[in-house]
Ligand binder design. Structure first.
Ligand code: 13P
Length: 252
C-alpha cells in the first residue's frame, strides 16, 4: 500500500502586504505544531515571498508561489520566472488556477509550458483543474477534467508525473461557501488517478498527490481527508486566518 504524505497549501491569492504577511505568519507559527508525515505550505503574493521566506526559515512550513512564466528570463514585462522563485526559496508553484484561466485567459497549452518550466527550475508544480457549474450541470465534469489534466501533462514522463501535484478545484465551490461533498470530490479524484494511470502506470498514479480545493474550512476538512483519493487541500479564504488555517493543517 502506497502512502502519500498529506499536503495542505494556503493560497493567499491577492491578499497580504508584507506587514500583513508578518502578522499572519507569526500567528500561524505560534499556533501550529505539525504532526509527523504532513506537509504544509503557504502561497503569498510575489511581493511578500521574501518576507515569508525570512519568517519561515527554520520552520517546517514551505513556500509556494501562485504563478510563473514559461520562460526562464526575457522581455516579458510584469512576469516572474521559475529561477526567480527558486532563488526565493519556493518549493511549490501553483499553475493554471481557475482564476488565471478565467481572468487572464490561460490555456491548457500555456499551462503545459508552465509545468515544464517549473520542473526545469526545480519547483514542484501544483496543477489546478476544475469544472464550472454549467459544465457540471451538463454532465461534462469528467470530460473537462480529462481535457485539462491531459493538456497540462503533455509530453510528461511517468517519473515526472509521480512528483507533481494535481489540485481538483470545482469552480462553483471556490469562494462560494459551497463545498463539493466528500463523495463528489472523491469521485473526481478517483477519475483523475485512473487517468494518471492511463498516462503513466498505476504505480505512478498511486504516488501522485491530488488535493481538493473549494471552500475548505475547519468544519469540512476532516471528512474530506477521510476519502481514499483526497491527499490534501488547497485552501483560499480560510488560509487568511491563522486559527482556521492551523485547524485545517492539523486535520484529524
Ligand atoms: P476558497 O477556499 O476561498 O474557496 O478558495 C479555493 C481556492 O481557489 C484555492 O486555490
Amino acid at each position: 500500500m502506497v502512502t502519500r504524505c498529506p499536503l495542505i497549501i494556503g493560497n493567499w491569492k491577492m491578499h497580504c502586504t508584507r506587514a500583513e504577511t508578518e502578522h499572519l505568519l507569526s500567528a500561524v507559527l505560534a499556533q501550529l505544531s505539525l504532526p509527523p508525515e504532513r506537509e504544509v505550505a503557504v502561497a503569498p503574493p510575489f511581493t511578500a515571498l521574501e518576507t515569508a521566506a525570512r519568517l519561515l526559515a527554520g520552520s517546517a512550513i514551505r513556500l509556494a508561489a501562485q504563478n510563473l512564466h514559461w520562460e526562464p528570463q526575457g522581455a516579458f514585462t510584469g512576469e516572474i520566472s521559475g529561477p526567480m522563485l527558486k532563488e526565493l526559496g519556493c518549493t511549490y508553484v501553483i499553475i493554471g488556477h481557475s482564476e488565471r484561466r478565467q481572468y487572464c485567459g490561460e490555456t491548457d497549452a500555456q499551462i503545459a509550458r508552465k509545468v515544464r518550466a517549473a520542473q526545469r527550475a526545480g519547483l514542484v508544480p501544483v496543477i489546478c483543474v476544475g469544472e464550472t457549474l454549467e459544465e457540471r450541470e451538463q454532465g461534462a465534469t469528467l470530460a473537462v477534467i480529462r481535457r485539462q489534466v491531459r493538456g497540462a501533462l503533455q509530453d510528461q514522463a511517468p517519473l515526472a508525473i509521480a512528483s507533481l501535484v494535481i489540485a481538483y478545484e470545482p469552480v462553483w465551490a471556490i469562494g462560494t461557501g459551497r463545498t463539493a461533498t466528500p463523495s463528489q470530490a472523491q469521485a473526481v479524484h478517483e477519475a483523475i488517478r485512473n487517468l494518471l494511470a492511463e498516462l503513466s502506470n498505476s504505480e505512478t498514479a498511486n504516488t501522485t498527490r491530488i488535493l481538493y480545493g473549494g471552500s475548505v474550512k475547519p468544519d469540512n476538512i476532516d471528512s474530506l481527508m477521510a476519502e481514499a483519493d483526497i491527499d490534501g487541500a488547497l485552501v483560499g479564504g480560510a488560509s487568511l486566518q491563522a486559527d482556521s488555517f492551523v485547524r485545517i493543517a492539523t486535520f484529524r
